[in-house]
Design a binder for this molecule. Structure first.
Ligand code: AMP
Ligand code: MG
Length: 493
């Protein structure tokens, strides 16, 4: 484990031409202090967690004191926001301090979110409020705990710096980590500005950093597109299977590596509601829960469009090649989603009627407003006295559910896995704990109103192992409380 000064930086992005970014340093918040530190993320960069106790830790990690090797910059990108192309977005409030190269050969971007304005702030303050910082910190780690690809988070810094949103709030910074922060929108920026040489440079950069094997292929750029399509389809399959709504699936929030990126007004489903809209500014429901797989296809199509000049010198052939890989998106999605849902149901041999059995359950859950996480967890219990009743209790139309359960039990009987083993396996894929909105809200209220940050750490710890039992925190495994329905997640952050 290393001291901060011992981290090795290898800043590949800052060696690209200046069109890719703008150099900035962070501007400290008043009375910055450490609110929460994530030792698991520290381990990824081989950083000794004890370093967080250093007097100068906050100044260093916020970028106020430069370590040798820091080369801070804001990345430039464009993107389709709610279907409309916006020619320049860029990191308006995120500053990449540098890229750490670990002894084991991994590379991690260290990025401060909320570090002050940049060339891309478009009149906004470049800050992040404590509320949204806690939301991103907890959710990125919760997603990781669930086994879903995501950016990570090293720590939260708080302050008494006033930030103006709908009301006055305090500013905070999140230290975000990812193997790369390159987005679909990074490619779109080069494409729409007709910077085709730079487009190629960006693709070469991503390939060199993350897919070195592609260089041996005849068509490395087609392979890059194919990989992004597959990882995006599979990422969204995982979101759907766990009941996660991202909320702002603009192409500037889509990672070229298929990571969940940029946590804003996201939400996990409580009751199963296909039309769930977590982003209150999304009046059309463009990013509603059941729209996510289709929006994923729209987004990878935008990426394909941006990569066309690299796919072939002949425009028609380039389009044909792009289409040939885009066509696979749905198959990737369906295959992964079906596999995940079969596992959730404890079905290990594939049978013809499995998809119908799953759809029928989801339709019943939708109509009966059944809690998504609770249902699957209860279904994972070992059949016993309480088993059937605990499930039936979740439904209003109990006879309809009985009908489904009968079919399910018949189907289960065709499996060769014994009940104890199936229950164990099902509990490994059906989380007991998810980051329900009200849980984040409790952590936020305690932090904002009482400067009590303990709940952040409690939830961080809990959500690292969401499939396990955590007896003292059993209350977080029940239905959300009544007041949770009143929570409104604002898009401002
Ligand atoms: P988001 O919806 O958070 O992904 O942000 C969309 C764009 O707005 C990105 O280019 C952000 O960098 C920028 N942005 C969001 N909030 C701020 C802020 N407070 N100050 C400057 N830029 C911001
Ligand atoms: Mg964003």
């Amino acid at each position: 484990m290393k001291k901060l000064e011992e981290l090795k930086f290898e800043n590949s992005y800052s060696r690209l031409p200046e069109i890719f970014y703008s150099r900035h340093t962070t501007i400290p918040l008043s009375k910055q202090h450490l609110i929460s530190f994530n030792a698991d993320a520290a381990e990824l960069i081989e950083l000794d967690p004890e370093e967080s106790k250093r007097e100068d830790f906050v100044e260093i990690i916020s970028g106020a004191i430069h370590l040798d090797g820091f080369d801070p910059l804001a990345m430039c990108y464009a993107g389709h926001q709610f279907g409309q192309y916006v020619p320049r977005l860029g990191d308006g409030r995120a500053i990449l301090l540098g890229e750490v190269k670990t002894d084991s050969g991994e590379k991690w971007d260290l990025q401060v979110k909320g570090g002050g304005p940049t060339l891309y702030s478009r009149g906004s303050d470049g800050r992040a409020v404590l509320r949204s910082t806690i939301r991103e910190y907890l959710c990125s780690e919760a997603m990781h705990g669930l086994g879903i690809p995501t950016t990570r988070a090293l720590c939260i810094l708080g302050s008494d710096h006033e930030v103006y949103r709908e009301q006055i709030e305090t500013g905070a910074m999140l230290l975000r980590m990812a193997p790369s922060h390159v987005r679909f929108g990074s490619f779109e920026y080069m494409y729409y500005n007709q910077h085709f040489d730079e487009l190629r440079q960006l693709a070469d950069h991503v390939i060199a950093q993350h897919h070195p094997d592609f260089t041996k292929l005849d068509e490395p750029y087609l392979a890059l597109l194919g990989d992004a399509i597959k990882s995006t389809a599979e990422l969204i399959a995982q979101w759907q299977a766990v009941g996660f709504a991202h909320g702002v699936m603009n192409t500037d929030n889509m990672s070229i590596l298929g990571l969940t990126l940029d946590y804003g007004p996201y939400g996990f489903l409580d009751q199963y509601n296909r039309d769930f809209i977590c982003n209150h500014s999304d009046h059309q429901g463009r990013y509603a829960f059941d729209q996510q797989p289709d929006i994923g296809l729209f987004n990878v199509s935008c990426l394909a469009q941006a990569l066309l000049p690299l796919l072939d010198d002949d425009p028609d052939r380039a389009v044909a090649k792009a289409k040939s890989v885009l066509e696979k998106y749905r198959r990737y999605y369906v295959e992964r989603y079906s596999a995940l849902m079969r596992e959730k149901l404890g079905l290990y041999v594939e049978r013809k009627g499995d998809q119908a059995l799953c759809s029928e359950l989801l339709a019943l859950m939708h109509d009966n407003q059944v809690d998504y996480t609770l249902l699957f967890r209860r279904l994972s219990q070992l059949p016993g006295d309480d088993y059937k009743n605990s499930l039936r209790d979740l439904f209003i139309q109990r006879e309809a559910f009985d009908g489904w359960l009968e079919k399910y039990e018949q189907r289960i009987a065709e499996e060769n896995v014994d009940a104890t083993e199936r229950s164990r396996r099902m509990r490994q894929v059906n989380p007991k704990y998810i980051l329900r909105n009200y849980m984040v809200e409790i952590a936020i209220r305690k932090a904002s109103d009482e400067q009590d940050y303990s709940e952040i750490d409690v939830l961080l710890e809990l959500l690292k192992t969401p499939y396990d039992e955590h007896a003292p925190l059993e209350h977080y495994a029940s239905h959300p409380p009544e007041w949770a329905q009143q929570i409104s997640v604002s898009c401002s952050s």
